[in-house]
Design a protein around this ligand. Structure first.
Ligand SMILES: Nc1ncnc2c1ncn2[C@@H]1O[C@H](COP(=O)(O)OP(=O)(O)OP(=O)(O)O)[C@@H](O)[C@H]1O
Length: 316
């Protein structure tokens, strides 16, 4: 990022690697999240998103590489640091023997910055009552409690690990997105891992793509949209295989049409494209970029997209 010298950093990860029983889950991960950004972390199942987030939360200790949250090692100073961070995971891990009110009182005691008026407002917004027993609530209702606890202390950094998996579509669009916008408008930082690329596209200003334990690209949505585009080709005679043009990747075909993603920075000049029978050039979608870069479509989008054919991924 060109102005990174002047921008404060919320999260920095350098050379982070992690294996579980000899199998690499993270390999040389580097990541920089500027304060005030809404950062999307995307990747296929098993790419390493949760393992990376667990390092940021100090739940896993960095064995190789460094992890800093607001300049501090989350393992060395968890008490001080974690009070500045709100965290919600897809896991349904709230203690079920408690009532909502007990859980809120407990959380209020932990976080000095707990905003009780905001908590009451959120309870109302989420349709939660203090007397409800967590054991008698649905998984989605408990996910709302988890989200409320993550945000009611107005954290400087909000980390949401696949929050959408427990929330229904209304909660996702009306509540989650509104909350992320509020945090962002306050100049606070959000790290948001999700398989729902439409959602990531709507709320995030930057996105990092993980593949096989590595971040293969970290880019602002603005740069992504100016750097990549999608071309549609209609060859006169059918192609046996996709043509090889440097900077053009992620080919997929349907009936008499081929489409591919163009990386402007990898083209020497656009005349390289002249040899292709291009009938249309269009703006890139996050889903198309993701599919071209990974060769796959994320699980939750596979049914909604035409891009679920096998694709030729970019060389990474
Ligand atoms: N505690 C663990 N013990 C052994 N293997 C683990 C452990 N935690 C994660 N892994 C492995 O590390 C890899 C990365 O897992 P991780 O949960 O970080 O991926 P993810 O990107 O969050 O996946 P998903 O999108 O499915 O949630 C996977 O191969 C997983 O099986």
């Amino acid at each position: 990022m060109s102005d990174s010298i002047h921008t404060k950093v919320a999260v920095s990860v350098e050379g982070l690697s992690r294996s579980f029983r000899g199998k690499a889950a993270l390999s040389d991960v580097n990541l920089l999240i500027p304060e005030g950004s809404v950062f999307g972390l995307v990747g296929l199942n098993g790419a390493g998103k949760t393992t990376l987030i667990r390092h940021l939360m100090g739940l896993l200790k960095a064995k190789h590489g460094t992890v800093r949250v607001f300049g501090q090692n989350p393992v060395e100073s968890p008490d001080k640091l974690l009070k500045r961070v709100g965290y919600m995971t897809e896991e349904d891990s709230l203690p079920k023997w408690m009532r909502v009110g007990d859980m809120l009182d407990f959380s209020r005691a932990i976080y000095p910055s707990w905003d009780n008026a905001y908590c009451v407002e959120l309870c109302d917004m989420f349709g939660l009552t203090r007397t409800a027993k967590l054991s008698e609530m649905s998984k989605g209702q408990r996910a709302r409690v988890g989200l409320l606890i993550a945000i009611a202390h107005r954290p400087e950094l909000l980390i949401l690990d696949e929050p959408s998996s427990g929330l229904d579509p209304i909660a996702r669009s009306d509540i989650l997105e509104a909350i992320i916008r509020t945090v962002s408008e306050d100049g606070r930082t959000v790290l948001f891992s999700s398989h729902l690329l439409d959602e990531v596209d709507r709320v995030c200003d930057s996105v990092a793509l993980m593949l096989n334990g590595t971040i293969i690209e970290s880019i602002t949505v603005e740069k992504l949209e100016s750097r990549y585009s999608e071309i549609i080709c209609r060859p006169n005679e059918s192609w046996a295989h996709a043509p090889s043009v440097p900077g053009v990747f992620g080919w997929k075909s349907s009936v008499d049409e081929w489409s591919a993603v163009v990386d402007d920075t990898a083209l020497k000049d656009r005349s390289q494209l002249d040899a292709l029978p291009i009938t249309q050039t269009r703006d890139i979608s996050l889903l198309r970029w993701f599919a071209a870069r990974t060769g796959k479509v994320p699980v939750d989008d596979a049914n909604e997209s035409t891009a679920n054919d096998a694709e030729e991924p970019s060389h990474v």
